[in-house]
Design a protein around this ligand. Structure first.
Ligand SMILES: [Zn+2]
Length: 228
């Protein structure tokens, strides 16, 4: 069995403290992060709270609290450290998107406004197309945390290139090819949601489309490249 990399446990523990400091979780064990190691096929992920692992919030998390599972969800690390209840959602995304190396599942203040409405975050700023990979940040159908129904719908909302999507009445799931990127996508998602809330109070903001950035001809070029 491949060895567990302690450094990767450190990266995930640090991301837990970091996303708490950035306000991407409101406390307790709300939200979680994970990292996929393609060499071993292991997923390093924040834990579920237990009697031994008290989680007042993620600022207290250390490397020894990070769970390690394989892509089938089997715990290959410390048996006293179970993965978060959201594990299934993370695994679904890693199986569907092999280029993805990290996930930040946030419970951010602004994205949760749209998750409550079960509506997509409209594409009002160019950042959304540049960094999030889709014109709108779609919202998955409602389902229990970590359920097959919610996870399958989330993967559908992310599509082949999307890096951010919402879980209805719950939070956001942000992807990256590194933990830094996933964290940054989570912060951009919050900013886009905040802009959308305020812009809608002042008027009816128009949405930015891919054609605004690359023109109709650019879209034809992109489609032709995808077809190859
Ligand atoms: Zn959650």
């Amino acid at each position: 069995m491949p060895e567990i990399d302690v450094e990767l446990k450190e990266v995930v523990a640090l991301s837990g403290r970091d996303f708490h400091a950035k306000g991407l979780t409101w406390g307790r064990d709300a939200g979680d992060t994970s990292l996929f190691d393609p060499e071993t096929g292991y997923v390093y992920i924040l834990p579920m709270p237990t009697k031994q692992i008290q989680i007042p919030d993620w600022s207290t998390i250390e490397a020894q609290h990070v769970a390690v599972v394989d892509l089938d969800g089997r715990n290959v690390g410390d048996q006293e450290v179970p993965p978060t209840v959201e594990l299934h959602t993370h695994l679904h995304v890693y199986r569907a998107r092999p280029e993805i190396r990290a996930i930040v599942h946030s419970h951010g203040r602004w994205s949760r406004v749209f998750a409550a409405l079960r509506k997509p975050i409209p594409s009002l700023m160019m950042d959304q197309l540049h960094y999030v990979g889709g014109e709108q940040i779609q919202c998955a159908v409602i389902g229990a945390p970590g359920s097959e129904r919610a996870a399958a719908s989330l993967v559908e909302c992310l599509g082949a290139h999307g890096k951010s999507a919402l879980l209805a009445a719950h939070g956001a799931v942000c992807l990256g090819e590194s933990m830094e990127e996933a964290m940054s996508v989570a912060e951009i998602t919050e900013d886009m949601a905040r802009v959308a809330v305020f812009a809608s109070m002042l008027g009816e903001p128009p949405e930015v489309t891919l054609a605004d950035l690359v023109g109709e001809e650019g879209i034809r070029d992109l489609l032709a490249k995808q077809a190859l």
